[in-house]
Design a protein around this ligand. Sequence first.
Ligand SMILES: [Zn+2]
Ligand SMILES: [Zn+2]
Length: 273
Amino acid sequence: MRPHPAARPPEAGSRRPRHLTCTTLHTPGGLPRTGRCRRCGNPVAWHPRRNQHHIALHPAELPTAHVPASWRWHLSSGIAHPHAGGQAWCRIPHTALCPARTTPPDTSRRLGELRRQLALRSRRLIDTAAFTPTPAPDRPAAPAKARTVVQLLLGCYLADDALERIRCTARTEPGHRRCPHPVLNPQAAGGVWRLLPLGHEHQVAVTASRLLAVYDLTRAPAGEQQRWRAQLCPRHATARPDLKRTGWQVFAPDRHAAHIRTRLPHTDGPTPA
Ligand SMILES: [Zn+2]
Ligand SMILES: [Zn+2]
């Protein structure tokens, strides 16, 4: 005998989302159990699927024409099936309408209106203290963007991106869009990668055990260093510099510890002297 669906452990791929809640998935008569979404407080109806998993559907049917094909479901003898026939009405998963989630990109106008209604109801429930939303689980932090430390003129600066992606700040005509070209000139790189003792930028006595990979431009001509400081590509080298547009930050080892690289990058360019 098959175990009751509610007693089955969740399985990978279709386990019950943690933001939807109900105590048991079926009433004793086998009817779907209604509950509410833990994020928005709107009602959902849990239906079994043919594979014994469950899906939380919006409790009402919608005209099929307003629902993207991948969201269409229908019920047959209380079991939820992906919608394959030509029925005029279908059901939709609550997650596609939940106002506490990011709006899916292919939401139709009709679904957008329904989503707004659910958002209003959610707001009313929260305002009257009838419902307290459960916050979404924390997402893992995105890995820190690789940013390059560049030594030029008289200082050390942290760029807003990796060396080859530091982008020109000039505005192009027409439209005044930002120039898409990199500051790095692939034909004449101008700088070399070096491993320098951490703290050299402040002339602080340091132990040699902590090193910092920097792109050193200090031996490049002064005009080339000024072009880098103004964050301009070679073709905009003579543009009027606007230092407020640049992404440079004066490098500070304590504040920028996440961007300290202790190895030289693999590069075909000049090797450190
Ligand atoms: Zn919801
Ligand atoms: Zn440019």
